[in-house]
Design a protein around this ligand. Structure first.
Ligand SMILES: [Zn+2]
Length: 92
């Protein structure tokens, strides 16, 4: 599939969708792609699809960083594409 022809949103759109899963604010998170090693703000991720799930892809190599599917009162979260997810807290 040629993803260059698809439109996408940025990671801020996913952060809003994921607010009920993550208590922490994801829009300020830093990620490292497990495929290419790019370290970037989660807000730079390219987000495709919003219902019933979404996929956030690396802005460097299009590797799927995060997959989220909501259905039947449950949420499936796949983070295999991330080397790490760093979220700043105000209590440190
Ligand atoms: Zn990457």
């Amino acid at each position: 599939m040629d993803r260059s022809a698809q439109t996408f949103l940025d990671g801020n759109a996913a952060a809003g969708e994921l607010r009920d899963i993550f208590v922490l604010e994801l829009s300020t998170a830093t990620t490292q792609c497990a495929s290419c090693g790019k370290i970037a703000a989660f807000a730079e991720a390219r987000v495709y699809g919003m219902e019933p799930g979404l996929i956030a892809r690396c802005s460097g190599c299009e590797n799927p960083l995060m997959r989220v599917v909501k259905s039947s009162g449950r949420v499936w979260l796949d983070l295999r594409g991330l080397q790490f997810l760093e979220v700043p807290t105000s209590s440190v």
